[in-house]
Ligand binder design. Structure first.
Ligand SMILES: C[S@@+](CC[C@H](N)C(=O)[O-])C[C@H]1O[C@@H](n2cnc3c(N)ncnc32)[C@H](O)[C@@H]1O
Length: 246
């Protein structure tokens, strides 16, 4: 049942809105009005006129509710990253840089513990606020600083994810903080960055894979069921590998 102060996800046709449930508030779309006082006390998942009201998912919180001060890792990539890193409730995962915290929120929902490093104070603060606004991140340690200078124990992490412009200078340190055989992942927007990384993985990492994820949404009209007219052509390449010793 919805209570005052909850986050609510409102759908109106194709449009989506994320709002706090303040009974004094309302949402106007075209000629329709949703008065929030009519939502309080209703079941979670309710149709009122042409509006549908749900509790937001993590994907909706990240896409609609996170302040973006940096490029973010989109949920389509983030959830697959969590899978490829083999995360579970017993895992301790490291990521850098934190950026706006979009990937961090997903890692935190899957892993036992997340350590995240960000060298720009504004982004560090934004990420913390983004997660805490939605009650996320109780298992996250946010560090302000350059990961290269971070004092991190060797062989300490079950997985590492790297989202910085040039990951090559960090490879030895990533290798040293990982447990033997554990996965590392990298996100890179351009193909030449991927080539540079592949050339540098050298003897430190094995089991290398490169992929990208394309998502195509469909119109949900039964009589005209077909793909949406436009789609996102490219966000980034994902590279996965595992710590190895020769
Ligand atoms: C593209 S953003 C990361 C976005 C993040 N994955 C998300 O989903 O919101 C890259 C971030 O890495 C940070 N960064 C770059 N080099 C770093 C380093 N050596 N240590 C910590 N943070 C670093 C940048 O300041 C920037 O905020």
């Amino acid at each position: 049942m919805f209570r005052e102060g909850d986050w609510i996800l409102i759908r109106y046709g194709e449009k989506r809105y994320l709002r706090r449930l303040d009974p004094a508030d309302s949402l106007n779309v075209r000629k329709d009005v949703l008065r929030f006082r009519d939502v309080v006390g209703k079941p979670e998942g309710v149709r009122i006129g042409r509006f549908e009201v749900f509790r937001p998912t993590l994907e909706e919180m990240v896409l609609l509710g996170f302040t973006r001060r940096t490029q973010i890792i989109y949920p389509k990539d983030a959830f697959f990253i969590a899978l490829k890193l083999g995360l579970g409730k017993d895992s301790r995962v490291l990521e850098f840089g934190t950026g706006s915290g979009a990937l961090c929120a997903v890692l935190a929902s899957v892993a036992g513990e997340v350590w995240t490093y960000e060298e720009v104070e504004e982004f560090h603060r934004t990420a913390k606020e983004n997660l805490s606004r939605f009650g996320l991140g109780k298992n996250v340690r946010f560090y302000l600083g350059d990961f290269l200078r971070a004092d991190v124990p060797e062989g300490f992490f079950d997985a590492v994810f790297v989202d910085v412009k040039d990951p090559v200078p960090y490879l030895e340190k990533v290798h040293s903080v990982l447990k033997d055989g554990s996965p590392a992942g990298f996100l890179l927007p351009t193909a030449n960055q991927v080539s540079d990384l592949l050339k540098s993985l050298g003897d430190l990492f094995g089991g290398v894979e490169v992929l990208e994820i394309l998502v195509r949404y469909y119109k949900t009209v039964p009589e005209r069921f077909r793909p949406e007219d436009t789609m996102v052509g490219h966000t980034a390449y994902l590279v996965f590998c595992r710590k190895i010793r020769s």
